[in-house]
Write a protein that binds this ligand. Structure first.
Ligand SMILES: [Zn+2]
Length: 231
């Protein structure tokens, strides 16, 4: 068995709607990490995602590196995104049941790490249920206790850019890597993953429907997607 929860970062974008349609066809519910400034500028596709069953989480307002911020600036980034999320859930007419949080770049805030975890707890953020993740490094790094959602597999498809050496082949090399330098092998039996994918229009320009290709490849290779649960 290979099981996974899908997370998609940096929504809303122009291709968010097509991603949602693709996921709906495959009966996959994703946690989408939303940026506050994007929600403010272009709420329509976020509303579409909510009305089609996706869960929106807080991914800060302007996508900074939290280790470069003071604790006050960090709180403000999180709270400003919360305001936008509240607004968008209301506009969508969808009840906001869960409040996941993901740090941009997985940067947990450096010396403010503990204070930020405490803040997330106080603010009522929900932890994605990761109790089925079997990897010892996940627990040894304390990731099983953190409120925010990190990941165990990253497609790294955001490296596919004009002028970059990183290609679609490199993504599939990562998918088939049985002994990755970080994270865990996505196609290994007995795995349980939190998968990271991004809703980037820049990637769409380079590889149309990249998300569909990746998800279908995983499905064809025996990965099943669980509905995200929270605790
Ligand atoms: Zn991001």
């Amino acid at each position: 068995m290979k099981r996974a929860i899908l997370t998609i970062d940096d929504v809303p974008s122009n291709n968010t709607r097509a991603i949602v349609d693709c996921l709906n066809k495959k009966d996959i519910t994703a946690v989408m990490s939303a940026q506050g400034d994007r929600l403010e500028r272009m709420p329509e596709n976020a509303i579409y995602a909510l009305q089609h069953g996706m869960i929106l989480g807080n991914h800060s307002y302007s996508h900074p590196n939290f280790s470069a911020l003071t604790i006050e600036e960090s709180r403000e980034e999180i709270e400003k995104c919360e305001e936008q999320l509240e607004r968008v859930y209301k506009m969508a007419g969808v009840e906001r049941k869960y409040r996941p949080f993901r740090f941009p770049y997985g940067d947990k805030g450096g010396q403010n790490k503990d204070a930020l975890q405490e803040f997330l707890k106080q603010k009522g953020f929900d932890k994605l249920d990761d109790s089925q993740i079997p990897y010892t490094w996940w627990k040894e790094s304390g990731l099983d206790r953190d409120i925010d959602t990190l990941w165990t597999f990253d497609f790294a498809e955001y490296n596919i850019r004009q002028g970059s050496d990183f290609t679609l082949d490199d993504v599939f090399k990562r998918v088939n890597d049985q002994n990755p330098a970080s994270g865990a092998a996505i196609l290994a039996d007995g795995g349980y993953h939190i998968i990271l994918l991004h809703a980037h229009d820049e990637t769409e320009e380079m590889v149309p429907e990249y998300y569909r290709r990746f998800i279908e490849y995983l499905l064809e290779h025996g990965v099943t997607f669980d509905r995200p649960q929270f605790r």
